[in-house]
Design a binder for this molecule. Structure first.
Ligand code: ZN
Ligand code: ZN
Length: 414
């Protein structure tokens, strides 16, 4: 591609290293879950990381074709096999304080038309084995980042009307634009944006609503919020004191829902691409925090298997608010990748809660966390429920409802 593209790729890599993972001098960096096609991005990130003083940069690839070969051809009794060495290696990396960047861009339709049962078994095995690593990551013990890595298969899905080379160029340009790479100074633009997210979080933290009430087409949902819940948005700080931004792009502020206090019905406003399977046109009914009923026009088996993964998989672990004016909603494109689509819209996640969205959680036992309302699960799957027709009210301790969002936009200035 053009020199112009090379310059933007370099700025994107710079953003990943300095604003995203914020790789430190002497720190090792692992770039993982990355399609081999994204090697130029990985190499650009590696160069920036070494410039920042990284001591060793390595990559682990996730190849779509290899995954598909397994789903289609592996013996049925082999689908629970997993390479233990890989988890041991990842654990060694994070326990020694290494940074992680996940540059994702696989085919959203990879498992379309495949045996849903086999897909679900492989996915369950994957999340089970990854759990020890993910628990370090979600506790914020290390500085980490998830970023997009456009590929042809992904671009074809987002721009089906274009020849594939043009689709890929268009997807890259859209990703650059959404990630503020076209701003004169992307790093400064991100610092201003992160400050804005922090101000919205601070407002919501001050309010300490006991619940949010969300209404929209097909949605009338009350999400209880535990006492001491913390709204977060933008940057976080690792245990070693390194500020980092876990997702680029990010447009959300989010907190912990109470795992036992979710009531009502919610309708998804965007399809969900879950491990290569598409779930679309779906809604769920909650009672006492648990999904008691669900319908899906597409992928209902995958969705049912997902919530049966474990006890916490049918309960919520995240409540996130994103205004419709976010650059992703404005783009009008569906990305079929949660990292992007979740920033188009307010969303909730089934499964594991982020413990650091609850005050005092670091000193709590697993039992105390559960009693406080924190959900535990091997999965964490976001899906979009926001729209330009969504209203959100905050319920105060005295029962009074205050407007938080109207028509998908914040009702307050910060
Ligand atoms: Zn989120
Ligand atoms: Zn999430």
């Amino acid at each position: 591609m053009t020199n112009n593209f090379e310059r933007k790729l370099e700025k994107y890599a710079d953003l990943a290293v300095h604003v995203g993972a914020n790789v430190q001098p002497g720190q090792r960096l692992m770039i993982w879950r990355t399609p081999p096609e994204a090697a130029p991005l990985v190499q650009a990130i590696a160069a920036k990381a070494y410039d920042a003083g990284a001591s060793l940069v390595d990559a682990m690839w996730l190849d779509d074709g290899l995954q598909l070969a397994r789903i289609q051809h592996a013996p049925d009794d082999s689908l629970e096999e997993f390479p233990e060495w890989l988890i041991n290696g990842m654990l060694e990396h994070v326990q020694n304080g290494g940074a992680l960047i996940s540059a994702r861009g696989g085919d959203p339709d990879l498992f379309r038309g495949q045996d849903e049962e086999r897909v679900a078994r492989v996915q369950k095995t994957y999340v089970q084995h990854l759990q020890p690593v993910m628990s370090h990551v979600t506790k914020g013990e290390i500085n980490w980042l998830v970023i997009g890595a456009p590929t042809k298969a992904w671009a074809r899905k987002v721009f089906p009307e274009l020849p594939v080379d043009q689709a890929l160029a268009s997807l890259w340009e859209l990703v650059f634009d959404i990630c503020r790479i076209n701003e004169p100074d992307p790093v400064a633009a991100w610092q201003a944006h992160l400050a804005n997210l922090a101000a919205h979080s601070a407002y919501m933290n001050e309010k300490q609503y006991t619940a949010l009430h969300l209404t929209g087409p097909g949605t009338d949902l009350t999400v209880g919020l535990p006492a001491g819940h913390i709204w977060k948005g933008g940057a976080g700080v690792s245990k070693a004191g390194v500020p980092f931004t876990a997702n680029i792009p990010t447009e959300e502020v989010f907190t912990m829902p109470h795992k036992d206090r979710v009531e009502g019905v919610v309708r998804a406003t965007l399809p969900l691409s879950y491990g290569g399977a598409l779930i679309d046109d779906f809604s769920m009914t909650f009672k006492d925090g648990r999904v008691v009923d669900l319908q899906a026009g597409v992928g209902e088996t995958v969705l049912r298997r997902m919530i049966e993964n474990d006890e916490g998989a049918a309960r919520l672990g995240e409540m996130a608010l994103t205004p419709q004016s976010s650059p992703i909603a404005q783009s009008g494109r569906l990305f079929y990748h949660t990292l992007f689509d979740e920033n188009a819209s307010s969303h909730i996640a089934l499964g594991r809660a982020y413990a650091d969205t609850l005050a005092g959680s670091a000193d709590m036992t697993t039992e105390e966390l559960a009693a406080a309302g924190a959900n535990h699960s091997l999965i964490h799957v976001d899906f979009m429920i926001g729209s330009a027709e969504m209203d959100v009210d905050g319920i105060r301790a005295d029962g009074v409802a205050e407007p938080v969002m109207r028509g998908g936009e914040w009702t307050f200035e910060v």
